[in-house]
Write a protein that binds this ligand. Sequence first.
Ligand code: TRP
Ligand code: SF4
Length: 327
Amino acid sequence: MPKKRVLSGIQPSGKLHLGNLIGALENWVKMQDEYDCIFEIADLHALTTGYDNTKNFKNMIFDVALDLLSVGIDPAKCTLFIQSAVPEHSELHLLFSMITPLPWLERVPTYKSKIEELKEKDLGTYGFLGYPVLQAADILIYRADMVPVGQDQLPHLELTREIARRFNYFYGEVFPQPKDVLTKVPVLPGLDGRKMSKSYGNTIAISDSPEVLQAKVMSMVTDPARVKKSDQGHPEICPVFAYQEIFNKNQTPEICKRCAAADIGCVECKKILAEVLKNYLEPIWMKRAKLVQDKKKVIKILEAGAKKAQQIARKTLKQAKEAMGLQ
Ligand code: TRP
Ligand code: SF4
């Protein structure tokens, strides 16, 4: 039996952070061993919200490629490429736009919530409304069986299946129905206790230096009840503890007990965490430092990935056009 195909994407909208790593990338790295994985750096998607300032786009795309390769995305096991390097996505997006009713797009929850979240931007654009149509093209052009995503992306997957069904209904069976694979992981809090997100400025980047990492950990909010060391803590509401649970499993029960008994101070607790994170990230930093020295190699990896992806994308696009009566 051929391996099932997995497709996922990530926007190059800033350096990747620990939340991305725990929430998605570690899962991608695991899936490479079992499935035919295709991973894209979704630069066109980033353009839908970042179109007004693209000066730094190239660097941002490259940074994400470095991040992905340094956390263990392995071009020998998967296909990694930049979305805009495979223009077939854009063409299929256009074809899908012909059959996608406007109300389907207007009712996608991320559409309204993003406009609300990014009030300072003009997102009343054609491209932004079509964001999930582009995502459907990303997924369907590879006939992906499975799409690992976070909870917020489920409506996009539902729309993808609806577009596939509508296409097949009009023109004949061309596209399969992709399944979403929800990544079940605890949400990593940011430095301030809210969800870790670039837009909150509360992230720890994978590529932060050891000094920055240390400073960020020491600045994290903790249980507000712990003003003095002698105050008893409630680890279950403390963001630092949430990290201990993920990155420092062995010591977690002890820290939990000592915090509740006012036997460990937050400074000591944070120092332990900073050390654990440093050890965890060290191999990633080393890999990244090597890749930074060899940019040509990274470019080659992305080019080879685009070529491989394009071979598949071309075939599907051809079928879609034929089915539609274009060729
Ligand atoms: N919309 C996804 C996100 O913001 C990124 C993405 C683009 C994607 N194309 C995709 C995810 C295809 C899964 C499949 O996280
Ligand atoms: Fe949080 Fe650790 Fe302080 Fe307890 S000791 S409140 S777990 S930082």
